[in-house]
Write a protein that binds this ligand. Structure first.
Ligand SMILES: [Zn+2]
Length: 418
């Protein structure tokens, strides 16, 4: 890369104006935003992004999976695309940095390169992926684009069928469209994403940024403990088949299992539903939403087996039946070595300290890794807070992150010849 490119920096005030304007859309008034997929606020944010793209004299493109991109044709007419981006949807009552920062940094990188009039061996796109957070399906737009979305993924999505149908209708999208949005891997030169860490390892290490080495594997199950509904007053304690007992014992034992045997992993029971569900009926069925995460392939397989065995064991203790329904399994995804090197070189150029680390959250980059070299930059999250209005990253770190994204993109582009 020549010295002109190495000295290129983003326009921090334009970046900040955009960030603040976007944070007002769906604002919860306490620093957070409420923009679940295809809610009115999310649709408004998408529309706002489209306007910013058009005002920047970049081409706007929307695909059949609802992904919105800004296109900068700075490379050969039929050349591949280097994608930069993240997502504009949020969890309910979430923070204003998660996703939004990455989309706006990507847009800012395109505008900076456009302003500098650079020609590159690749074209650039700043993408807003649809439904990253999983209000409807999760990583929906990125999986569709990477050709990783199957019809089966839409049959019983995590947000429910009704929410998916309503959401797609509101956004003017269809299930058929979702399944036809794949782009050939050969058209993609790579994918780079800037995101907040959502933890505090970067900050604690005294580093300026994180370079993601692997995205954690995430598996989920619906586990149902099955007993027998009985009168809660007249059935003696020793004869009742109480599904809540097994479900509770399992929930507690999960924690101990992970602490004792899988130190790098986590498990979570995020939802507990008892049926029939009344004060005076012994619960016949208790269904748990179980999720587990592991950074390595071997541990990912072992923890799944161990959790299922634990469910059987706890069911036996209380004379219950147990059913385990597998909902999803996204194995750990290593990030491209080439992209990690490009980010490290960008950090060297900018004199910033980078910490290599595993991402403990899922991201669109894991979908893209299936079809092109993909990588991620993390900026520090103050206090590690995320998915909540208190989510915060120092503005200096946001600007540094956007400059890293710019320099890493230039590094990657510079190493390509077509
Ligand atoms: Zn995110």
């Amino acid at each position: 890369m020549n010295s002109t490119q190495a000295s290129l920096r983003i326009n921090a005030s334009r970046f900040k104006d955009n960030f603040e304007a976007l944070a007002r859309i769906g604002s919860t008034g306490d620093g957070g935003v409420n923009r679940p997929s295809f809610s009115p606020a999310h649709l408004q944010a998408r529309q706002w992004y489209r306007q910013r793209v058009e005002e920047a004299n970049l081409a706007f493109h929307g695909d059949s999976a609802g992904n919105h991109t800004a296109v900068l044709s700075c490379g050969p007419a039929s050349g591949p695309t280097l994608l930069l981006g993240s997502h504009l949807d949020s969890v309910p009552h979430g923070g204003c940095f998660d996703g939004a920062l990455g989309v706006l940094a990507a847009l800012e990188v395109l505008q900076t390169i456009q302003d500098a009039g650079l020609s590159l061996p690749v074209n650039l796109e700043a993408i807003d992926f649809s439904d990253e957070e999983g209000t409807l399906v999760g990583l929906l737009g990125s999986r569709a684009l990477a050709g990783e979305l199957a019809r089966g993924d839409l049959r019983d999505p995590r947000g429910g069928r009704a929410a998916l149908e309503t959401g797609l209708q509101r956004a003017g999208l269809s299930e058929e469209g979702l399944l036809q949005a794949a782009r050939p891997g050969s058209s993609l030169a790579g994918y780079l994403e800037l995101h907040i860490e959502q933890g505090e390892r970067v900050h604690r290490a005294g580093a300026d940024l994180g370079i993601v080495t692997t995205i954690v594997g995430i598996g989920s199950y619906r586990i149902t403990f099955i007993g027998r509904a009985d009168h809660a007053g007249t059935t003696p304690m020793e004869t009742r088949l109480d599904a809540a007992q097994g479900a509770s014992a399992f929930t507690l034992a999960c924690r101990q299992l992970v602490l004792d045997t899988f130190p790098a992993c986590v498990a979570n029971v995020g939802k507990i539903e008892a049926q029939p569900g009344a004060f005076n009926i012994v619960p016949a069925r208790v269904t748990l939403a179980l999720e587990y995460r592991a950074p390595e392939t071997a541990a990912f397989a072992r923890i799944e087996g161990a959790l299922l065995e634990l469910a059987e064991e706890q069911a036996r203790c209380f004379n219950l039946e147990v059913e385990a329904e597998k909902l999803a399994a996204h194995p750990p995804t290593p990030m491209s070595q080439q992209v990690q090197t490009a980010i490290q070189e960008a950090a060297d150029t900018l004199g910033l300290r980078a910490l290599p680390l595993t991402s403990r959250a899922g991201h669109d980059a894991q979908s893209l890794a299936a079809v092109c070299p993909a990588g991620m930059v993390f900026v520090p999250s103050v206090g590690g807070v995320s998915h909540a209005p208190a989510e915060f990253t120092e503005w200096t770190d946001c600007v540094n992150g956007a400059n890293i994204l710019l320099q890493a993109a230039l590094n990657l582009a510079g190493k390509m010849s077509f």
